[in-house]
Design a protein around this ligand. Sequence first.
Ligand code: NAG
Ligand code: NAG
Ligand code: NAG
Ligand code: NAG
Ligand code: NAG
Ligand code: NAG
Ligand code: NAG
Ligand code: NAG
Ligand code: NAG
Ligand code: NAG
Ligand code: NAG
Ligand code: NAG
Length: 753
Amino acid sequence: MALKVLFGVGFALCISFALTQARSLRSPGTLEEFQLGNIVLEFLPPYVYENGSKCMMESGCLKYEKIESGSGSDRLGSYLINIYTYTTSMNTSVIVSLRFYEDNTLVFKQEFPHGLNGTGMGDKDGVSAAFPRMVLPSAQAAPSLRFFTPGGYMIGYTRLSIGTIADNIDDFRYGEDGGLVVLFQQEGNSELWSMAMSALTQPMATNVWLDKNNSILDWGVQGQAENIPANFSLEVILHTNYYSINNLIMEWGAKLQEYHSTKRMVDLSAKYLSYYTDNGAYYYYNTGSFKNYRDALMSVYNYTLDAHLPVRRLELDSWWYYKGIKNGVKNWTEIPSVMPGGIANLHQTTGWPIVAHNRWFASDTDYAKQNGGKFPFTVDNSTSKALPLDKSFWDALFDKAKTWGLVTYIQDWLNDQYSHTSALHTNLTLGDTWLTDMAKSAEERDINILYCMSYIRHVLHSVTTPAVTQARASDDYRDGSHNQWRIGVTSLVANALGLIPFKDVFWSSKENHEDTPFKDMSNKDAFVEPNPHLQAAIATLSGGSVGPGDKAENLDVEVLMRSCDKEGLLLQPTKSLTVIDKYFFSNTYKEVWTGHSEVSNSTFGIIFMEDIKQDLNLSAYELNLEKAMKKNFILWQNYPFNATYIKVFNVGDNVDVPKCEGAFNFCLHYSSPAMKAAGTTYYFLGEKAKWVPVSPQRIINIQVSSSDVLVTVRGVEGEKVTLTFYETSAFDIGCTFAKSGTMKASAASRKCE
Ligand SMILES: *[C@@H]1O[C@H](CO)[C@@H](O)[C@H](O)[C@H]1NC(C)=O
Ligand SMILES: *[C@@H]1O[C@H](CO)[C@@H](O)[C@H](O)[C@H]1NC(C)=O
Ligand SMILES: *[C@@H]1O[C@H](CO)[C@@H](O)[C@H](O)[C@H]1NC(C)=O
Ligand SMILES: *[C@@H]1O[C@H](CO)[C@@H](O)[C@H](O)[C@H]1NC(C)=O
Ligand SMILES: *[C@@H]1O[C@H](CO)[C@@H](O)[C@H](O)[C@H]1NC(C)=O
Ligand SMILES: *[C@@H]1O[C@H](CO)[C@@H](O)[C@H](O)[C@H]1NC(C)=O
Ligand SMILES: *[C@@H]1O[C@H](CO)[C@@H](O)[C@H](O)[C@H]1NC(C)=O
Ligand SMILES: *[C@@H]1O[C@H](CO)[C@@H](O)[C@H](O)[C@H]1NC(C)=O
Ligand SMILES: *[C@@H]1O[C@H](CO)[C@@H](O)[C@H](O)[C@H]1NC(C)=O
Ligand SMILES: *[C@@H]1O[C@H](CO)[C@@H](O)[C@H](O)[C@H]1NC(C)=O
Ligand SMILES: *[C@@H]1O[C@H](CO)[C@@H](O)[C@H](O)[C@H]1NC(C)=O
Ligand SMILES: *[C@@H]1O[C@H](CO)[C@@H](O)[C@H](O)[C@H]1NC(C)=O
């Protein structure tokens, strides 16, 4: 007899019922089913591989010993727990448990007090020890059950998949490059229910496997683990939400962060304007008319000084260090002919802190003991890759890099390093050790880490490593071609985990000459950036790094200055722009993204639309902007620049905005809450000259009193900041900064002092 756990109303009551039942009616090995909306999800007993074969209850190999129930609490709150003990035919204990929290969260744990030998089941995408095992409902039982599974690299951007279980199951992402499963359903106006599942601990060692023949989702130890060390455990979280998918994903990420007490270092590279030289940049394996990178980058530096473009960081991509076998890293040292004088000298001359790229280590890397180097590595000759095994390696690498100005370390090719280092699949603790050593060493030296080509497992792991602050949210600017800016959903996953999404390099000008570095692009002569404004806006609205990569004289200062202040401080939203719930159901509103800025107690909404073929008529809830629209508000358009739309709404009104058609054509609307002072209703629109007119970097306080709305604005010596307010019509107040600091703009007196 299976137990039923009902989520939603009366959760606690149902659980205590379940536990009472569990003691008396327990049929050995049968785990609960639970019901979400009208869908019943059934759970199956665990299996493990031992001594090379599958050990299950059905075959008599896995024996049910006992169930214990209890209660407790941890960082996720108080819970009720069922603990099931099994033994294998070799008399090894396998313990699985299920914790029920009061807020619709379940945590599944598998633990191995004596370890387990011979667990490899052969498939890198498979599972060696499975718990939980969840049966997906059939297409007949749940025709409108949908899934969202980020897959592939760049936070799951490259093989991202959304569809129905009934029709699109072949697109469902699992195995090595999956790891986050979101299921949801809503029919018409019926109740929405949604659930997210992922590893809660040990993400590097955990797989999710979809058995399509039987519609079973197995979670557990990755399939090629040779053995499980004594006392190893892993946990899987299942979180449900009945409100919105955006809320579900944010709550799921918050749970992971709470559980691990996640902290993230401050990352100034994502706070100041950068210059990038990675794939898609003009100077990517290309020095144009210059004979080396030193000269090319000095031309960029000289240009930024002349043009008053406040670039504050320089990214050096893979072109600067030595490659070994199959292009892996031989040593992470500058090639003198590429960078005469060295990076240290370039760093000193320009004053630019360095953001530097690294990739996987080659099997002939100079650092490995196997090759006469100093450090223990695992060397995988079959794939020509190597992986450092000891933190001392990272300490030495970063100590040296500090001397030439490294502030942010880009670990790229995380996918290939993981997929093609066999020890990362056979050894359950190595993945965690690798990433933790790297991050600890970086943190000790005040270096940030930007993950690139990360699988979901890597970004899940990052909740335990404060140094990892940014993650690339889409494929390369070149490879991803004209669509790689579409980061609205990967940014949501990044936000949930407390990571800053990065959109990658872009061109701020449409063209960068006939000698474009897009060497291996068949249409390289035709390459034109269709909309540099779109690129600059998205980078800024993502809340992450802004890294143009044009040829020096093609840097469009006017466009780029919409992103930052006179010192290059980026003017960003408080919350990145991300897709709205409708994204998960249809393509109609695919590129409607929203975010907001918060200043004092006011929330300012931002709505981005690209190629939207019908007028918008959506509620604050549908726009994920309830906080920004909890008072009467004004909505106004600030892009295209000649737009004139401005309209006052009452709380609860649907927002109606005209369509915004055309590929790469985009529109930006902003909401501002009503502020009442001296019998007048004011709306503070902010600085129209910026992509984010109200940003906490620029607007540091808004004080609404009985007589005035006073806005405290931060500026830099010589800067003129024009702020727009609206009363019965719009009016501007100019703040001219004689020195760097703050000034106050008064709506009542229309002055800034
Ligand atoms: C484990 O498997 C090997 C062969 O694969 C076999 O010789 C051995 O007896 C097995 N051990 C046990 C305890 O079943
Ligand atoms: C299994 O292990 C337990 C203790 O861990 C022991 O008491 C028992 O005798 C063992 N059974 C077999 C069949 O080896
Ligand atoms: C696994 O194998 C190791 C080494 O042969 C042995 O020491 C250990 O007891 C075994 N563990 C189990 C659970 O069988
Ligand atoms: C699924 O069914 C196919 C066809 O019967 C079979 O070849 C395959 O091995 C099955 N896969 C699994 C994982 O059982
Ligand atoms: C596993 O944990 C138990 C209980 O904490 C401890 O007594 C035992 O020594 C541990 N075993 C190993 C191999 O660490
Ligand atoms: C950059 O400016 C410096 C100082 O004016 C000058 O010496 C140098 O030649 C310039 N370099 C390039 C590549 O323009
Ligand atoms: C890096 O590799 C190059 C090419 O093999 C070699 O010339 C150089 O000495 C190496 N540098 C270091 C620091 O190992
Ligand atoms: C890997 O290749 C190197 C160079 O060919 C060789 O010296 C080494 O023995 C190989 N290692 C293994 C484990 O095969
Ligand atoms: C697995 O990796 C750990 C580091 O996490 C290391 O200490 C251990 O020796 C490795 N085990 C094997 C069998 O290589
Ligand atoms: C924000 O609101 C809270 C509670 O309404 C109030 O105590 C606080 O002073 C406000 N903060 C600002 C900066 O206005
Ligand atoms: C927008 O939707 C609301 C509620 O569905 C409806 O009452 C209103 O007429 C619509 N407005 C427009 C302009 O279509
Ligand atoms: C803005 O200007 C563009 C051309 O520059 C024009 O096509 C468009 O209709 C104008 N929009 C408005 C709202 O005036």
